[in-house]
Write a protein that binds this ligand. Sequence first.
Ligand SMILES: [Zn+2]
Length: 248
Amino acid sequence: MGKTLNTEAIVLTRTDVGEEDRILTFLTRRYGLLKAAASGARNLKGGRTAPLDLFVRSRIQFHVSSKPGKLCRIRSVDVVDPYLEIREDYNRLCAASYMAEEAAHCVQEADPSEGIFDLLASCFDQLRHRDGTYSVLFIFETRLMRELGMAPEMSNCVICGREMTGKAAVSPQEGGLLHPDCSPGGDLKELESGDLAIMRFVAQRRLQALDRLKIDDASAVRLYRAVHSFAIHHLGFEPKTVKTLPPI
Ligand SMILES: [Zn+2]
């Protein structure tokens, strides 16, 4: 007995157990994180793609046992997007691993996670179209904080309360942006004029509107460092895979 769950899912991690078995962690669109055993999976539809490869996005039918503590089983897999270009490029692969690790930390089992699922899928898609990976990581962490209700204050300076324009600095401790002149000291990440508009655009617009947003490499790195310092302070967590990202 048990029940059947149908949902879109992305493979976040794979662990081999013994010679034939494999345990996979999925970020699912409807049921949060789900761990499943891959052994015995039948009806795998992926064309030339191995349907249970890392980061593949599929429609999956899971079987959940009624016995507590038993892993889900995978009944069928129908690949939606294999994101092949990600696994063929080392920097993209590292960036995807980083986002997958962060998503896995922020979503719980049985936690509704449509927004984070759609964000991860969108960022995987952008990884193959954009030249630099830091623009994608900046977009991912900015939107992740929004999905978690932890977005930084961006309209007004968190110290003096006046409107933010021009150059800015990000203070994780104070919870948002401030004028460089209002700086209380500490490890602040500074943003140039123009960065602020990009940050607001990314934080506020629809996900689909971000596909064609141009971000030059220098801005992408500044914005990523600022948002990343904010994210790790508020999440209390930094992905281990941060060490694999290209040096900045
Ligand atoms: Zn101020």
